[in-house]
Design a protein around this ligand. Sequence first.
Ligand code: MOS
Length: 727
Amino acid sequence: MSRQAVGAPLSRVEGRRKVTGRAKYAADHPTGGVVHAFVVGSTVGRGRITGIDARAALALSGVLKVISHLNAPKLAYRPNPSSNNPEGGRRLRVFQDDKVLFHGQPVAVVVATTPEAAQHGASLVEVRYDAEKPSTNLTGAPAHDPETYARGDADQAMQSAAVRLEMTYRTARNHHNAAEPHATIARWDGDRLTVWDKTQWVVGTQRELAAVFGIKRDAVRVISPFVGGGFGGGLRAWPHVTIAALAAREVGRPVKLVLTRKQLYSGTGYRPAYEYRLRLGSDRRGRLTAMVHDIKAETSSYEDFQESVLTAGQMLYSMPHVRQAYRTVPLDVNTPLYMRGPGHATAVYVIESAMDELAHELGIDPIELRRRNDPSEDESNGTPFSTRRLRECCTVGAREFGWDRRAPEPRSTRDGDWLIGMGMAAGVHRTLRNAAQARVLLDARGTALVEAATSDMGPGTYTSMTQVAADALGLTVRDVEFRLGDSAMPPTPAHGGSQTMASVGSAVQDACDKLRRQAIELAVGDARSPLHGVDAADVAVSGGRLHVRDDPARGETYQQLLARDNRPHLRSLGSFTPAESRFSLFAYGATFAEVAVDHRLGLVRVRRMLGVYDAGRIISPKLADSQALGGMVGGIGTALLEQTVTDHHDGRIVNANLADYLVPVNADVPDLRAIYLDGEDREASPIGVKGLGEVVHVGVAPAIANAVFHATGRRIRELPITAEALL
Ligand code: MOS
C-alpha cells in the first residue's frame, strides 16, 4: 500500500517553477506584437473633465493612441449579476463620460510601442477639470439605509443589564498590496478576446469582459496560471482589465497594461475603513444578555459594497438580545472589496476587544469569559453546529502558549524597559461552498491530468488538489498533474472566502472517484483481466495498480488495463453541488499573542503568536502552516502597521507606496506557531474540509490589541495601534 497523499506535508508542487522563474505571471506572458498601455489618473477627487489635450503625448515617438471619453467607443456594460460586483449592473464605466468620481480614476490611456513611451506619454496628457471638493471622510458623511438584524429586545435588555459597556472602535482602510501588481495582457483575434490577467477568478473576469463588451462568454478566454498573492484583491475584474481590452481593440494589437504600485491604490479595491460602535450588557458573572452593533463602513458613490460584518455578532456568543445596523457610507472613493477574512475580521476585532474589556471589568479570565458564553446552537437561526470546537481551541491554545503564566493585572509584567502582555481572541469564518467542476484524464502511461478553472494565489491549490486526486485515483503524487487558471477549464467559484478546498477539492474528488470506478468496472468486466468477475466493491487501487483488496497480488496496472484495449486514455468530469445544510457551518480559531511595549517610545513588538484552528480536515499540512503563518503576519499588519491615508482636501491617497504604507517585514514577525485540531466535517464538504485561509487571519488583530492592553493598561480602540496612540 502506498502512503496516503492527503495529510502528507508536501512542499509546493509548483515551487520549483516559482523559484526558478519559469512560472509566468500575468505580465510575463510572451505575446507577439504586444504594445503597452499606461493609465492617466485623475488629479482631482471629484468633478468634470473640461478638456483633454493629447497633442504632446501623440507627438512622442512610439505613442500610438490616446484614448479617453472624447474618442472611446460606447461599451455595452451589460449587467453581470454573476460577478463579484457589489451590484451586478453598476460599476465604473471607463471613458464613457466626463465625470470624475474619485482621485486617480482612469481618465485616459496612452498606448505606445514601449512601456517607457506609454508612461512618458501619459505624463504629457493635459487634462483640465472643473473640480469640486470630494467627500472622503467616513466620519460625519451621510449613510445609506442600514442592513439590520434583531432578536429579542436589545435596547430594553441593555437598560436592565447589571453591567453595561459602550465603546466605539475604528479601523483603517487596508490595501491588499500583493507582491505581484495587477496586470493584464489583452489580445483580439477577430471577435474573440484572450486575456492574461492577474485574477483570483478567471471565470468571473471572463463573464465581466463578456458583459462589458457585449459579446458571448465563449468568445472570451481568461488565462491566469500563477497569481503572485491576492488576499482578495483579484476577486473581481477592475477597470484596467477593460481598459487593456478596449485599447487592444482600438489599436488592433495585443496590449499589455501593468498598474504601478501607486495606481493599485486607486485602481483596485481595499478593506474599507469602519467606525463600529458596540454596546454590550451582561450579568455580574459575565453572562452576556445583549449586544447592540452600530456599524459604518466606507463605499464608493457608484457601487454599494457590503461584506459579512454582521455574521459574527449573531452567532459567536450566546445571548438572547441582539440588534445590528450596518450602514455603508457612499464617498468619492473607488469601490472597496473583500480582503482576508472579509467582514468577519473587522467584526471579530470589535467583539473580541469588547469581550476583553468585559473580562477586565469583571475580573474574569478572558478564556473563562468566552467559555461562559459559548452557545450550544447557532442562535442566529436555531440550527445545530456541524462542528464547533472553539472551546477546545482556547483550551489547547492556553496550554501550549503558557496562558497560566499570565499575571491577570495589566501593566504588571516587565522586561527592562519593555512592558510585557499576553492577549487572546477567538476567530470565526463561515464555511462557504459553491458549485464547482473538475475533469480528469488518465493516459496510457498511467499518469493523470486533472483540471479546474480555479486559482492558486498562494494557499497551495496546485498541491492540495494533486493530493486529493492522487489518493482518489490510487496514484502517487508524482503521477498526477493538476492544472488551473484557464476559463476554458471546468468552471469553479471565485478563489476566495476559503471555499476553494471544500468546493473544488470535492469536485476533484468526485471526478477521480468516477474515473477510478470506471477503470475498476472495465477490469472486472473483462475476461482477460486478472480482476475478472471480482465484485467491484472489493477492488482497491494503489500505486497505480488495481487489485483485490484482500489479495493484493491479484490485479493489474492502469497501463495494462488501457493497453489491452488500445485505449489512449480514460476521462471523467466531476462536480460538486453544495446541498442546503440544516447545520450551521463555520471554521473557528483561537489566536494568542505576546507583545512587548517600550513604555517610553510606544513601540510595540510582537514576541510570539500561536493559532489553534478548528477548520475540519487538513489536506496539506505544510501549506496549511503557510496559510496560518501568513494570516498571522497579515494580522500584525492590520493591528500595528497598515493604514491607507487619504488627504480629505482633494481625495488623494498620500501613502500610495510601500515606503509609507507599512506592511510587516521579517523584523516585525516573531516566532509563529499553528495547531490544527484533528478532525473532519463531512457536513461542510464531502472531503471533510471547512476552509482555513480566512479564519487564520480573523482574531489576530484583537489578540494583539488585547495583549497591548494587558502590557500597558491602555485600551486603544483604533487600528492600527500606533506609537503615537500609546504615548
Ligand atoms: Mo480572500 S478575501 O477570500 O481572497
